[in-house]
Design a protein around this ligand. Sequence first.
Ligand code: ATP
Ligand code: MG
Length: 571
Amino acid sequence: MRWSQTLIPTLKETPAEAEIVSHKLLLRAGLIRKLAGGLYTFLPLGLRALRKVEQIVREEMNRAGALELLMPALQPPDIWQQSGRYESARDVLFKVRDRAKKEWLLGPTHEEVITTLVAGEINSYRQMPKNFYQIQTKFRDEIRPRFGLMRAKEFIMKDAYSFDATDEAAQASYRKMYDAYARIFQRCGLKTIAVEADTGVMGGKFSHEFMVPAETGENEVVFCDGCGYAANVEKAQSKVQGPKSTVPGLPIEKFATPGVVTIEALSKAPYNVAADCQIKTLVYMAESKIVLILVRGDDQLNEAKLVSTLGTATLRPAEPEEIFAALGAHPGSLGAVGVTKLPVYADERLRDAADMTTGANTDGFHFRNVAIGWDIQVAHWADLRLVQVGEPCPKCGQPLKVQRAIEVGHVFKLGTKYSKALNALFLDETGKQQPAIMGCYGIGVTRTLQAVIEQSHDDNGIIWPISVAPYTVCITPLSVAPESAVMQRAEQIYADLTARGIDVILDDRADRPGVKFKDSELVGFPIRIGIGERSLAKGEVEVKPRGGALMPVKAEEAVDKVLALIAASVV
Ligand code: ATP
Ligand code: MG
């Protein structure tokens, strides 16, 4: 490709709309342009990089035995009603109407569609295992589309769905995808960590997310250097101490705490009740049901854990009026002492706790000497707390660390939730009808592309790994007069490299050398060949790996040098 013939609208200034470096560079290097919030056009260079990521994904999916197909983006709502997600996923669903006013959904994901397909096509254990995948546009009505391709309303996902006859086989399918994901991200030049993840509205049994460590990531990963334990903070656990006292002492006593509405205020004089001796009472609306949640005063509730404990997708903190109506007090004075009409969920760390202090459900009053099991009846125990940095690893006890990260892929063991709901049944070896055991596996292809940039750049621009670079080599002749020795040499190297199957761009613009060098650094081509009159007079050209040092090379050896650099590259 000749630079002058394509469209690479590089920008000197950083567009105001971009907050994070990878988004800025996508715009500045002329890879994408915004149409509207969360909607982007891929320009020729951006599309080339995207296609390379897609190709890596495709090759590794095929290698793992998955079968490519393509499902409609437009989906009928009834299958979503059948799976229960018409309600539980309603926040992200884009709905459209046809001329007959019938409603359709723009698919945010395809479990319902693939399961409907399999229900019709697979009916015997002999037809499994099967794993189907597609690379396709998804639509999600995100609350906050931002960071360019990272969180868009329309994006490209690779989604795969496995169907197995037995649990062991499903396990093997899951493992294959996990391994394929590790290879895909490695080939894209990305460092990822696989972390245990929450299964959220997907339902399902367990899952791993593939995370790219980055300060700008929207996720937090908890990990242990000692044993390699790693989990999304939504799911992470730690080995923390239980209650200070489990022996009920003095009888429960109500005392006045005028104006005290925080854990902190109660921990100060004249009360001096340490936060870890207090019970924090939170009130939530789970669908339309009010529930009480208890965690220790110095702990934070982890809402994701609460969602999976309650098994409900729609959860919100109750409004003060709802709380007052249920408990007769306002936040700050709430407690579960004597509460029998509302379900009480408590964090494991409070199990058998005695000598605790909590709100008395009367504004301005608290109870002290409260013992769980005696004064408070807990209906459901669960791990509900947010893990804090430095707490002991649940596996080996070493202090846990926390790191921000970008989720680029997600593998789920789903079980039979969708196959049961949508009748993907098969006859097993004994002739018994069973629901297929499913897994689902997603990669944000467009997000992955941006994550590569977020992880690999410097002050001058993008540093593409060869595997996903829009062009591997950029030839930069310093003068472009057609008959000049410089241009002739440039044309020859261009022809030779192209003949060897290398993706090359020839910067044939009549711009100043400084401008051309800056642009090639900004776009981040892995190898640049600079050709100037002075060095060519010595029979040399200058080969420069992006981010590496400039190497004078004999002009006739330039092609071999570049081929050697490409061959030696790890990606
Ligand atoms: P997130 O937690 O970031 O919203 P998710 O868990 O809802 O993502 P999945 O349903 O697991 O996402 O989708 C599979 C992959 O698709 C994700 O790992 C992510 O890489 C990508 N993805 C999800 N939502 C978006 C989005 N709005 N824009 C771009 N990529 C996305
Ligand atoms: Mg996910």
